[in-house]
Design a binder for this molecule. Sequence first.
Ligand code: SF4
Length: 227
Amino acid sequence: MKLNEKNMKEIQSNGSKEYLLNKHQLNKIRSNYPRINLYDKPYIGTEDIRQFAYCKRKLYFRYVIRAPMKQTYKMEYGTEEHNKFQKEVSKAKEYVQKYYNIYLSDPQLGLVGLIDYFEFDGKEAYPIEIKSGNIPPKGLENPDKLQVTAQAILIEKNFDFLVKKVCVYYSKYKKVIDYPIRIEDKLRVMKFIEEINKMLTSEKIPNPTKNKGRCIDCECRNYCLRG
Ligand code: SF4
């Protein structure tokens, strides 16, 4: 069945809540909805890199279906926690240059990101991302590390600083974890940007994550047939 003005109105008249949570209607949209990606080259956010590493299907719901989500990415930790951390780091290491809440972009890559904090010691820069969630388990692809690696790319391209290490501060554990990054990690991020752009253009739903445990807390569960 093709979506036309009449059946679009029918779906809309059922109310947005019902429309969003009804799998049958959602499937109709999946197969018939016209292209909504209007940009020649969309900017991919560093947080999108994290989401894509978590499960390739998530960005499909956010950007192709444009399904409403419970919370925005950056709302996941409180501003208070954030300010507290920045106050702490500003007291320490007086000899380094400190940069807070920097919004960087790279039009060539089509990458953009808000960087919580990074410091430069005269030789190298280290971005630090603040997270309220759990520390990702070892042995699986680490979404947090890839997000901060994307920030590292933005710092290198905008400031010409070398970045060989990225850090994540897990506020729940009050612990900073350092992740050394190699050229392979940067290439992985660049490959993700390419794959996300392909997904936005083709509007094809990606395969779900193989790790079913990740579906438990996923904000897309109501839209995803896997969930
Ligand atoms: S419910 Fe699972 S498969 Fe579906 S988007 Fe979320 S993490 Fe991916």
